[in-house]
Design a protein around this ligand. Structure first.
Ligand code: GLN
Length: 468
């Protein structure tokens, strides 16, 4: 019996290498687990029964183009769209021998914090199926926790890897902007979108990062990595300086149980030899959300203009070209993309451009600068990933602002282009709490080292109690 709930990708690779398991047996174990648990959790939009690759299987968020496999970004407007090429990250995982298990659920166009905006129905949290798994990458995160994939790739614009990993109790990395190719990703907000790994351990995340990272000639915003990604080892944090931003610790709406678990993790860090001290990011919490919710919708309104019923997906019938486009968009887009397209178009319109988009760009520069200053004093910054544990399905769907607040703590470092790692650091009311570690640009190796040592000291059991 293969226990997919506990098997890490690294262990799975070991079993394959030593010939103790065949690739087909390993795949079968995951496909069986999916058949058993996914009807309840709905992590996958579709599975791929047949797939090439002799390595460890993987689930990919449905914003990642996969040649010959339908890719919808959780939207009706892309239903039936079958890419004729692989996104660079999909090509890289395939080249490394990983076999595709399927495409995981996402909020429509990765807009959301709960996967409830998926046009195909929400995913559920394996810790408590009446609660959300977070979003937009709730499908990938829930799949990893429930043993339906050893690891997966998500996309993070303002928290969509880190926040679901926190809510599902596993490890997620949003890499430095420009370290992973966006070629072939369904674009949301291009100056923010990044692809990154989700897994049960920091070492698995580091391994998968090493497969996908690095310059891609197809994406001019990618850079050559300055350091080879390293698999972390060792337990000491001697010499590591951890900054704890006051404003991200004291922000309104952070649950007491979350604060407690994060404080406990920082104590562990001190016991391992790290120096922990306060710091300040005064503008990031005050202006992070408003800044993001101008820049992201503005870029989205431009990126989503390509969906007109002519080039992709279904086409509604009307008597004129404009009528066809209008009706296709009306039927094809859900409420959240429509809201953002309108907001973004408004923010970019001639009379308002400087007042909204231009101003938000200036605020973004201030946020970048205050992170840079803090990271001159500290090796990493630490705070909670999400202000709350997983919330009940339906709680925030009618209240977009409450939903947006889920990303209060993840968004600032995304605006600054910095890498962030979320690791589970404890339970509050029986639900996982995530610790967010933020590093300097291309500081992934530092995040891996700190995350790995802490994860071992904390000893969090990633298997939900109800599935043990
Ligand atoms: N929840 C945020 C939003 O709705 C972030 C989404 C993401 O990172 N893709 O935009």
């Amino acid at each position: 019996m293969i226990d997919t709930l506990r098997l890490t990708a690294e262990e799975a690779a070991g079993l394959l290498e030593r010939g103790e398991l065949s690739p087909a047996e390993l795949r079968r174990a995951y496909l069986d687990a999916i058949a058993e648990r996914d009807p309840e959790l709905h992590c996958y939009l579709r599975t791929t029964e047949e797939a090439e690759g002799e390595g460890v299987p993987i689930g990919l968020k449905d914003v990642i183009s996969t040649k010959g496999v339908e890719t919808t970004a959780g939207s009706r407007i892309l239903s039936g769209y079958v890419p004729v090429f692989d996104a660079t990250v999909a090509a890289r995982v395939k080249a490394a021998g990983l076999s595709l298990l399927g495409k995981t659920n996402t909020d429509e166009f990765a807009m959301g914090s709960s996967t409830e905006n998926s046009a195909y129905g929400p995913s559920r949290n394996p810790w408590d199926p009446s609660r959300v798994p977070g979003g937009s990458g709730g499908g990938t995160a829930a799949a990893v926790t429930a043993g339906l994939a050893p690891w997966g790739l998500g996309s993070d614009t303002g928290g969509s890897i880190k926040q679901p990993s926190a809510l599902c109790g596993n490890v997620g990395l949003r890499p430095t902007y420009g370290s992973v190719s966006r070629y072939g990703i369904v674009a949301f907000a291009s100056s923010l979108d990044q692809i990154g790994p989700v897994a049960k351990t920091v070492r698995d995340v580091a391994l998968l990062y090493s497969v996908i990272a690095g310059r891609d000639p197809h994406d001019s915003t990618t850079a050559e990595l300055q350091e080879v990604p390293r698999l972390p080892e060792g337990d000491s944090l001697a010499g590591v300086r951890i900054g704890v931003p006051n404003e991200l610790t004291e922000a309104e709406g952070i649950e007491p149980g979350v604060k407690e678990a994060v404080a406990g993790a920082l104590e562990r860090a001190q016991e391992l030899g790290a120096e922990v001290d306060e710091c300040s990011l005064p503008r990031s919490v005050r202006y992070g959300l408003p800044c993001y919710y101008l820049i992201a919708p503005a870029e989205a309104s431009s990126n989503l203009a390509r969906y007109d019923g002519v080039r992709y997906g279904p086409r509604a019938q009307a008597s004129s070209y404009q009528g066809t486009v209008d009706r296709t968009r009306d039927e094809g887009f859900g409420d959240e993309p429509k809201r953002r397209i309108m907001l973004g178009t408004y923010a970019l319109s001639a009379g308002y451009y400087e007042a909204f988009y231009g101003q938000a760009q200036k605020v973004r520069t201030l946020i970048i600068e205050e992170h840079r200053a803090a990271l001159e004093r500290f090796d990493v910054l630490a705070c909670a990933t999400s202000p709350t544990v997983a919330f009940p399905l339906g709680e925030r769907v009618e209240d977009p602002l409450a939903m947006y607040a889920a990303d209060l703590l993840t968004i600032p470092s995304c605006l600054a282009g910095l890498p962030g790692l979320s690791i589970p650091c404890g339970l509050s009311d029986g639900l996982p709490v995530g610790l967010q570690l933020i590093g300097p640009q291309f500081g992934e190796n530092t995040l891996f080292r700190v995350g790995h040592a802490l994860e071992r000291a904390i000893g969090f059991d990633t298997v939900p109690e109800r599935l043990r």
